[in-house]
Design a protein around this ligand. Structure first.
Ligand code: SF4
Ligand code: F3S
Ligand code: FES
Length: 265
């Protein structure tokens, strides 16, 4: 039977060999995954979640998503998770890895202390459909409410709508959102208050509120001034820490609050 110190030594040996020879090292890692199948019956049925451990051999260049694929393709085809692009663009594989929200396709296993079991759970605060898949509909319902599209007034212009670099700079950061929900599902207010829009919806409202080509900023600000809006934020910063795109989420929320307080955009 394998013991943690032996595996730790094996991982270190693999890293040392990699450094010396330039070969990509391989090592064993244990993934401890939260399973849940509401449609199953018996001990693990009717939504009774449980932990299951899988041991996989991985290359030092592999990510958590690669290890999940190895498990699904070689050990247990019933393991269920979302992914699409596998390169940090589509936002579909946010999950809680070692207690922190991350994209599985951007989390390198060697950076996660693989000498110990790596825990993988679904993101929190949304209903679990199966294993690592949650129902994203409540998240997208809030997103739709803030009207995430350009709403200019006046006639359609005969040429493109111009914008200076300074005007663009005001909302540049929030254009990077990939709607992965890592921020919203790391927010303690969202976990406990079913009404809160959550940081991702506010980030996407910010993207249009501060866009000089848009003329519906105050419609969106009124929505966010509501009891489910920005005033629920307690400046916890979990959202900023969780964002895989490095968006300054809490700062964006503060800018929206400031616009409401001062009446100026
Ligand atoms: Fe994901 Fe960041 Fe967008 Fe939140 S702000 S949904 S964490 S990309
Ligand atoms: Fe939540 Fe982020 Fe505010 S974690 S409380 S939305 S700063
Ligand atoms: Fe697309 Fe990870 S699979 S962001």
């Amino acid at each position: 039977m394998r013991t943690a110190p032996a595996k730790g030594a094996a991982t270190r040996d693999a890293a040392a060999k990699e450094a010396a020879t330039g070969e990509v090292a391989t090592f064993e890692v244990v993934l401890k995954i939260r399973r849940n199948n509401p449609e199953a019956s018996g001990e693990h049925g009717a939504g009774a979640g449980y932990w299951q451990e899988f041991t996989v051999t991985v290359h030092s260049t592999e990510r958590v998503l690669d290890a999940l694929h190895t498990i699904k393709w070689e050990q247990d085809g019933s393991l269920t998770f979302r992914r699409s692009c596998a390169h940090g663009v589509c936002g579909s594989d946010a999950m809680r890895i070692n207690g922190r929200n991350r994209l599985a396709c951007k989390a390198l296993i060697k950076d996660l202390n693989p000498t110990r079991p790596i825990t993988i759970e679904p993101i929190q605060g949304l209903p679990v459909l199966k294993d690592l898949i949650v129902d994203m509909e409540p998240f997208f319902a809030s997103y739709r409410e803030i009207m995430p599209f350009l709403m200019p007034s006046g006639d359609v212009p005969k040429r493109e709508r111009l914008q200076s670099p300074e005007q663009r700079e005001r909302f540049e950061d929030t254009t990077k959102c990939i709607l992965c929900a890592a921020c919203t599902t790391s927010c303690p207010v969202f976990w406990t208050d079913g009404q809160y829009f959550g940081p991702a919806a506010i980030v996407n409202a910010h993207r249009f509120i501060f866009d000089s080509r848009d003329d519906a900023a105050w419609e969106r600000l009124e929505i966010l001034n509501d009891k489910a809006g920005v005033w629920k934020c307690r400046t916890t910063f979990n959202c900023t820490d969780a964002c895989p795109r490095g968006i300054q989420v809490t700062e964006a929320i503060s800018q929206v609050k400031r616009a409401l307080n001062t009446g100026r955009i």
